[in-house]
Design a protein around this ligand. Structure first.
Ligand code: GLC
Length: 562
């Protein structure tokens, strides 16, 4: 059990993301709930994780599945009550598991009391909590496009002569971090939660809190005349003042673990973010997820190849090596398609390949985050029509693709590849109706492959993806290898060998070699030295002879080197 009062305790942790809406329903409402998570805590303890990141369960109109919060200090009745939340924190703690909640403070919901009051009195205290500008009905302050489509500007309800800014959906007005009174309210709320016993926060969309002011246009990147909000993020300077203040006021005094959702940070600023006295403990590595991304939209984003995957992972590892930064490594989350459907080339996704991908990612230097269902090898689910899609981002991208002249089928193909619904389908517990997720009507379709891919089947199968993840977690916790597997440097190995992803984890005493053959055909790899022990293998045999190893297609080998 990790002692969470020690500095940097989280470095030895394995984290698990629960998307509450899709985890376990106990009421028959079709939506997962807090009691469902409590019911499954023994399962998570059996898996071996130390930290649960809970996607938002706060009061919310659910326009963006809870990332639109109407009361930061209340639990949405769909998920349960504050007593349920306290019970979850306490029961998780009994099992040595810390709860990390989602801190969504770039924006709130337009149904939050602050915004309601801002609409009543735009020039008053709460008006200053938001970005509200005068409007002549024609000219906008700038041409930034919101992340979910359309301008970031929207008329302020009840005030035809005013507009407010939203970098996401119009029902998610941005909070004005330039205003110290707003920041004070946020810090009070954060500390209130930390005092309740949270282990920390995953920090949502945080890079958006700093705006380029005064507003200015950037060159348009689509025919709508607007520019991506990421262009603004790139030019915004001075976010450190806010982040440093929040760390000093909230996180540091509580020894809280924090993982920032940080897209777009300059390499030279990285140590300020996740160095020794950084704003956050860690931040997610999204290098793989944004590979081949296009300003035009999802329809123009090419699938990532194994060679690109390898290059992206190593590039990130290198960026943080110089200052000992600890990235949070993922193959998927609630915003991304399932990693096994994305990173393993089409038609090649097998149980063996799923294990290989899991192992390659999990053993990189940093903090491994497992997203619910990843440990079962859950896959994407393609749907036939846009009417079956819940994700607001996917619905926007469908329209973007149609506007660019694609056919409905082509637009659906793009949506199916990247839709956030892919990872949000309910957890597949067993073979009963709705995969054991709910006795009611699930809020989002269950992947019909649950008959084959489910926990019940995998729990008793020593060769399952699930048992493989358990072994991986145990390997990470082997104390005699800690210097290599947790703290060791990542040294890429034979980078030029195609479809081979291999790296050494070099510790003070031990060296571990991780190798994955990212193709169906076998390939031979010379070894850098003698092998002490095979630590992990997703195949029955390891063909090691004469200083080389012949890896079978999609074989993963983890070797303890002399
Ligand atoms: C983050 C969340 C995503 C949400 C967005 C707006 O990227 O992960 O789910 O839609 O922020 O809050």
């Amino acid at each position: 059990m990790l002692n969470k009062t020690q500095p940097n305790w989280w470095r030895r942790a394995v984290a698990y993301q629960v998307y509450p809406k899709s985890f376990q329903d106990t009421t028959g409402s079709g939506t997962g709930d807090l009691q469902g998570i409590i019911r499954r805590l023994d399962y998570l303890a059996e898996l071996g994780i130390d930290v649960i990141w809970l996607s938002p369960v706060f009061a919310s109109p659910q326009v963006d599945n809870g990332y639109d919060i109407s009361d930061y200090r209340a639990i949405d009745p769909r998920f349960g009550t504050m007593e349920d939340m306290d019970e979850l924190i306490a029961k998780a703690k009994e099992r040595g598991i810390g709860i990390v909640m989602d801190l969504v403070v770039n924006h709130c919901s337009d149904e939050h009391e602050w915004f309601q009051k801002a609409c009543q009195d735009p020039d008053g205290r709460y008006g200053r909590f938001f970005y509200i500008e005068d409007w002549d009905g024609e000219h906008l302050p700038c041409n930034w496009r919101s992340a979910f489509g359309g301008s970031v500007w929207e008329p302020l309800p009840g005030h035809p002569d005013k507009i407010y800014l939203h970098t996401f959906h119009k029902k998610q007005p941005d909070l004005n971090w330039e205003n110290p009174e707003l920041r004070e309210e946020i810090y009070k709320m954060v500390n209130w939660w930390l005092d309740k016993g949270l282990a920390g926060f995953r920090i949502d969309a945080i890079i958006n809190i700093k705006k380029v002011l005064p507003y200015r246009d950037y060159p348009a990147d689509r025919s709508d005349g607007m520019c991506s909000i990421s262009t603004m993020n790139y030019h915004a300077k001075g976010i450190g003042q806010f982040l440093g203040e929040m760390a000093d006021r909230c996180f540091t005094p509580h020894h809280a673990f924090t993982a920032g959702e940080v897209f777009y940070v300059n390499d030279e600023d990285l140590p300020e973010f996740i160095g020794d006295n950084g704003y956050f403990s860690s931040m997610f590595d999204f290098n793989e997820t944004v590979c081949n991304a296009s300003d035009k939209g999802w329809y123009d984003q090419k699938p990532i190849t194994p060679e690109q995957y390898k290059a992206c992972c190593f590039e990130s590892q290198k960026k943080v090596a110089g200052f000992d930064g600890f990235l949070s490594n993922i193959i998927e989350n609630h915003d991304e398609p399932r990693g096994v459907s994305r990173y393993i080339p089409k038609g090649e996704c097998t149980v063996r390949g799923k294990k290989m991908l899991g192992g390659l990612n999990f053993l990189l230097r940093g903090l491994p985050f497992i997203y619910q269902g990843q440990e079962l090898g859950m896959e994407n689910l393609a749907v036939n029509s846009i009417d079956e899609v819940d994700d607001i981002s996917a619905r926007d991208e469908y329209q973007v693709a149609l506007n660019a002249g694609l056919t409905e089928q082509q637009a659906m193909d793009a949506v199916n590849m990247f839709s956030r619904d892919n990872a949000r389908t309910p957890f597949q517990w067993d073979t009963t109706e709705n995969a054991g997720f709910t006795t009611g009507k699930p809020w989002l379709h269950v992947n019909p492959n649950y008959k084959e891919i489910n926990l019940e089947a995998q729990r008793n199968d020593p060769d399952s993806v699930y048992q493989f993840y358990r072994t991986l977690i145990q390997l990470r916790k082997k104390s005699e290898l800690e210097d290599a597997i947790i703290y060791g440097e990542t040294v890429p190995y034979r980078v030029e060998q195609k479809n081979l992803m291999a790296y050494l984890r070099k510790g003070e005493k031990n060296t571990v070699l991780v190798m994955g053959n990212f193709q169906p055909e076998a390939q031979t790899v010379p070894l850098p030295g003698a092998v002490k022990q095979v630590l992990l293998n997703n195949c029955d045999t390891a063909a090691i002879a004469d200083g080389a190893v012949t890896l079978e297609g999609y074989q993963l080998l983890v070797l303890w080197m002399e």
